[in-house]
Design a protein around this ligand. Sequence first.
Ligand code: RIB
Length: 301
Amino acid sequence: MRIWCFGSINHDYVYAVDHMVLPGETILSSRRQVFLGGKGLNQAIALARAGAKVSLAGALGEEEDESVLAFLASEGIETKGVEKIPGTLTGHAIIQLDASGQNSILLYPGANHAISKAHRQRALAQGRPGDFLVLQNELNDLEELLEEGFRRGLRVCLNPSPVTSSLEALPLERLAYLILNEAEGAHLTKKQEPQEILEALAGRCPNGHIVLTLGERGALYAHQKERLSQGAVSVQAVDTTGAGDTFTGYFLAAVSRGDCVPEALKQSAHAAALAVMRPGAARSIPRAAEVDAFFTEQRRR
Ligand code: RIB
């Protein structure tokens, strides 16, 4: 089975700062690094590094050279659905990163917000009923993409990140998998307590599998009457950018190949913990062998 990821591609400009810049303030950064990112690209890489067969669809600006596609090909990711959009720039993110590894992100969507209906249809026409379609919230017309995937019989998996007001109208009942963090869950449900968020989402997504990630408190899972929890893997964070994408990709790769949910949760928690110990988004995502080795090492402790 192939996993279709339709999502954003960005260049991430990461600035090391003492603290996040305040309104009206000018501060110096001590370092700038440029990485590949975008939630779509990051999740496609996490899926591929976790062992899934992945296709990425999305958009690049007209001036973009071939290096992004070459990098994706080197990761074994098929990219027929990535199109250059005339008159646009590739999306980019300006990321402030403080000494504790926390970030603050300003996104310029560029080509990610210029996806046409024809582009959506060309890309989704390649999928077969039962394939997974993995979406995030960095493309224009997300609802139409979600509905089109559902109509074609794909199992739609959504990571509703970043939060925008348009998320509230999404038909969550169409979803096979919903993977989100506490802030996204609170926005969608207007609840604050993790258990309440989970139950509210389970009500709105009655057939879906829901994973609510809680950062240093692990993750919760709900599917129909089943409830599970996964503890966090505690590590020293260097850069949390891309940790949620790593978790999402690893979880979906595992369940799509038939691993049980507790096993999938364990793998994704360990993969995300490894990702926060490294700088960058896409480049911080570990490979399956590293995750296995890390898991074994943690169990011995
Ligand atoms: O999830 C991390 C990603 O969010 C970054 O790579 C950045 O591009 C933004 O899209």
